[in-house]
Design a protein around this ligand. Structure first.
Ligand SMILES: [Zn+2]
Length: 277
C-alpha cells in the first residue's frame, strides 16, 4: 500500500555526530535526532549533491533531515534523502578549543547511545549545550561539566556524589574537605572510610578502594550536584572557581571513558589543546 511507504519516510531535526566516507561518492552519517534517537543513514552521492544536502554536513551542525526506510531490503540502511542546515554554530567552528569540546561530546553520544532509541531529553541537552557555547556567555569548560554530568544522569549512569558509599553519611554532614571518587563504584567515599580496614578489605585495590579514582573537594562536589539539577534557564548563574573546574574535569573526563570502557581520541586532542593555552 502506498500509504505504508509514506509512513516509512520521516523527517526530524538532527545533530550530526559522525561522518564516514563510503566508497567514492557516499557517506554514512550518524545523527542524534529529536524523534528517533541515534540513527545511522546512508547519504548516496552526498559528495556531489549540493542541492539535496545543503550546508557542508559538518560535525555537530543541526539539520532538518528527510529519510526513507529501504523499500525492498528491510535490513539495509535508512536512506538520507534531503537535509536543510538549521544551525552551523559558526562561533564554535571558528574556535579550535570550542570545536574540540563539541567533538568530544559528539564522541560520547556516539559511543554510548543505543541506535534507534528515542531520547528527546538528550537531544535537548546536546542542542542547548552547543547553543550555549555558540552564544559565548558561559565558559566552555563549565558548559562541558554541565553537559557531561547531565548526560550521565539522563543515560542512567549518574555518579553518586551526595553521600559516602561506605558509611552513607551525607556530604553536608561530613566535616571533611576532601573525598575520594572511586571510578569502579562510581561513588564518593569519605577519607575516614577509605582509610578504614573494612573498606580496604572489601575493595580490590592495594590502597583501599579501587586504585582508580581521584580526590575531589567538597565544594566541587556541591557545585557538580547543583549544575546536575538546576533549571537550564538558570545556568547563566553558574560560578565555578578555577579549582572546581579543574577537579570537575579530572573527575568527569576520567570517569566517563572508564565507565564506557574506551579511550576517546577527541578527548586526548581536547586535553592537548587545553594544555597549550
Ligand atoms: Zn564514610
Amino acid at each position: 500500500m502506498a500509504s505504508d511507504n509514506n509512513m516509512d519516510d520521516f523527517s526530524t531535526d538532527a545533530i550530526l555526530l559522525r561522518k564516514i566516507e563510503y566508497g567514492d561518492h557516499d557517506l554514512i552519517i550518524t545523527f542524534l535526532t529529536r524523534d528517533k534517537g541515534k540513527i545511522s543513514v546512508m547519504a548516496k552521492n552526498a559528495k556531489k549533491s549540493v542541492r539535496r544536502f545543503s550546508g557542508a554536513m559538518d560535525l555537530f551542525s543541526v539539520n532538518h533531515i528527510q529519510c526513507a526506510f529501504p523499500k525492498k531490503n528491510r535490513t539495509a540502511m535508512i536512506n538520507l534523502c534531503q537535509t536543510v542546515l538549521e544551525n552551523g554554530f559558526s562561533h564554535i567552528r571558528y574556535d579550535v578549543v570550542n570545536t574540540a569540546y563539541a567533538s568530544y561530546w559528539m564522541e560520547i553520544v556516539t559511543q554510548w547511545l543505543e541506535e534507534g532509541k528515542a531520547q528527546p531529553d538528550i537531544f535537548e541537552l546536546l542542542f542547548t549545550a552547543l547553543e550555549m557555547v555558540d552564544d559565548g556567555f558561559i565558559r566552555t569548560e563549565v558548559i562541558s561539566l554541565l553537559f557531561q554530568i547531565r548526560f550521565m544522569r539522563l543515560s542512567g549512569f549518574s555518579p553518586g556524589l551526595d553521600q559516602c558509599d561506605a558509611c552513607r553519611t551525607n556530604l553536608e554532614d561530613v566535616h571533611l574537605t576532601r573525598f575520594w571518587f572511586d571510578f569502579k563504584a562510581g561513588r564518593i567515599v569519605c577519607p575516614e572510610c577509605r582509610g578504614s580496614e573494612r573498606f580496604a578489605r572489601e575493595s580490590a585495590g592495594p590502597f583501599g578502594g579501587s586504585a582508580r579514582g581521584c580526590w575531589v573537594s567538597k565544594g566541587t562536589l556541591k557545585q557538580l550536584s547543583w549544575i546536575n539539577t538546576v533549571e537550564m534557564s538558570r545556568a547563566d548563574r553558574i560560578k565555578f572557581s578555577p579549582v572546581a573546574i579543574r577537579e570537575g574535569e579530572t573527575l568527569l573526563e576520567s570517569f566517563i571513558p572508564f565507565y564506557i570502557g574506551r579511550h576517546f581520541n577527541s578527548l586526548k586532542f581536547l586535553q592537548k589543546m587545553r594544555s597549550e593555552i
